[in-house]
Write a new protein. Structure first.
Length: 57
């Protein structure tokens, strides 16, 4: 499993950023959040936005 897969999965399961930081070896939870959590949110929002046509009347 890659870091890019592991971090969002752990975060989605409620694992604190500090624990994910430890697993990934980042210098701070802020690094973990900015690299993986925020990027994942942007990808999810983009995907949902692309499906908006399903709900247009």
């Amino acid at each position: 499993m890659t870091r890019a897969t592991l971090a969002p999965l752990l975060y989605g399961q409620g694992v604190p950023l500090e624990r994910i930081q430890d697993v990934l070896g980042h210098s701070s939870p802020t690094v973990t959040k900015s690299i993986y959590v925020e990027a994942t949110r942007r990808v999810q929002q983009d995907a949902v936005g692309r499906l908006g046509f399903l709900f247009d009347a």
